[in-house]
Design a protein around this ligand. Structure first.
Ligand code: SF4
Length: 61
């Protein structure tokens, strides 16, 4: 599973990191994938965080 946060699109609202703190964390005023990768058992959490993003900056494949 690959999760990426588009750094250009992210507006730094912090919602993804609030909803899914095991997957996303804030780094300065942008969100990043915590630890650089996402375990398969965090797929639902990753999706939940992505669903909250107001600018659709998160892609999951
Ligand atoms: S929810 Fe979207 S815009 Fe907000 S911090 Fe996360 S990636 Fe960035």
């Amino acid at each position: 599973m690959k999760v990426t946060v588009d750094q250009e699109t992210c507006i730094g609202c912090g919602l993804c990191a609030q909803v899914a703190p095991d997957v996303y964390e804030m780094q300065g005023d942008k969100a990043v994938v915590a630890g650089g990768e996402v375990a398969e058992d965090k797929a639902e959490e990753a999706q939940n965080g992505s669903d909250q993003c107001p600018v659709a900056a998160i892609s999951i494949s």
